[in-house]
Ligand binder design. Structure first.
Ligand code: ATP
Length: 298
């Protein structure tokens, strides 16, 4: 059934663990990551428009509104595959830091799959959306699913996992933009010595063992980003001194997150980061459990 108007939350992700196994002949990197949805989101609205095509507005966000925007590309792909002539209007309210390692673009694209599916009554299954989504980006299938997951291959082989036990997160994005291309381009996979224990973390998640999870947090991309941007290791240090169980860079960075057992400690860490002016965007937040991205709007 078609609708006139749909709203969706597009949640950000962090990587509790990120390993790169090898570079494939086609240039893609084979990864092994633990993905986790966090309670930080963009708001997207979808409505039918009188004119044909896709009309995208992004408010004040410093983002393109044409084909370079992943929202536009996801909508164009769906409309081409489903022979949609009806015009659509999409608006984005951006809260997720951009070029931050939090899959902001991919999660917006994922929200387009859910949003247009509902608006246009397309009845696409979750699997169909994920298959189309990978054409937009390797993290899009995960974002369509959400929650906690083991991600393998180039990111498209997904195994849902139990969510970690409750805890508080501090997410800090320093005022620098890091290009994912730059980080992977400067990564020498054969030289990586410390591979995070992703299998051990998967086991700890299955057991609901928070210490087992935080003790195994690791991200091989830190080697590249930390060298170029020392603020990343400074943020990790400040979070740990402030009482974080552990702290890690998310994705290709530069966002750093810390896992805390107590809200007061987390708030203290966030205040300290702001006082030291290490990051312009600082959030005290938490994990979001599986299934969140399949729920309706706001
Ligand atoms: P990842 O964690 O997947 O590497 P990221 O958080 O590092 O992603 P994004 O915020 O997705 O990075 O943005 C990366 C680039 O993609 C930006 O430079 C931006 O211009 C472009 N982009 C295209 N569409 C979007 C969108 N809807 N939201 C954010 N960035 C977008």
């Amino acid at each position: 059934m078609k609708k006139d108007y749909v709203e969706r939350k597009a949640y950000a992700k962090i990587n509790l663990g990120l390993d790169v196994l090898r570079k494939r002949a086609d240039g893609y990197h084979e990864v092994k990551m633990i993905m986790q949805t966090v309670d930080l989101w963009d708001r997207l609205t979808f409505s039918l428009s009188a004119s044909q095509g896709i009309e995208l507005s992004v408010g004040a966000a410093p983002l393109p509104v044409g084909k370079e925007n992943l929202i536009y590309r996801a909508a164009a792909l769906i409309m081409e595959k489903k022979n949609i002539l009806q015009g659509v209007r999409i608006t984005l309210e951006k809260k997720i830091p951009v070029a931050a390692g939090m899959a902001g673009g991919s999660t917006d694209a994922a929200a387009v799959f859910h949003g247009l599916n509902e608006l246009l009554g397309l009845s696409m299954s979750r699997e169909e959306m994920k298959e189309l989504g990978v054409q937009i980006g390797a993290d899009v299938p995960y974002c369509i699913m959400g929650g906690t997951a083991l991600s393998e291959g180039i990111g498209e082989i997904l195994t849902p996992l139990p969510s970690p036990p409750p805890c508080v997160l501090v997410v800090a994005k320093p005022d620098i933009d890091v290009s994912t291309k730059f980080v992977y381009g400067n990564l020498h996979v054969e030289e990586i010595k410390d591979h995070p224990d992703i299998d051990g973390m998967t086991e700890a998640l299955r057991k609901g063992d928070l210490d087992g999870i935080t003790n195994r947090m690791g991200n091989v991309l830190e080697t590249v980003t930390v060298e170029a941007y020392p603020v990343v290791s400074e943020l990790k240090r400040v979070m740990k001194v402030a009482g974080a169980e552990n702290a890690l860079m998310s994705g290709s960075g530069p966002t750093v997150f810390g896992v805390f057992k107590e809200k007061e400690l987390a708030q203290g860490a966030a205040d300290k980061i702001k006082d030291l002016e290490l990051a312009g965007q600082v959030f005290v937040t938490g994990f979001v459990n599986s299934g969140c991205n399949s729920h309706d709007g706001i």
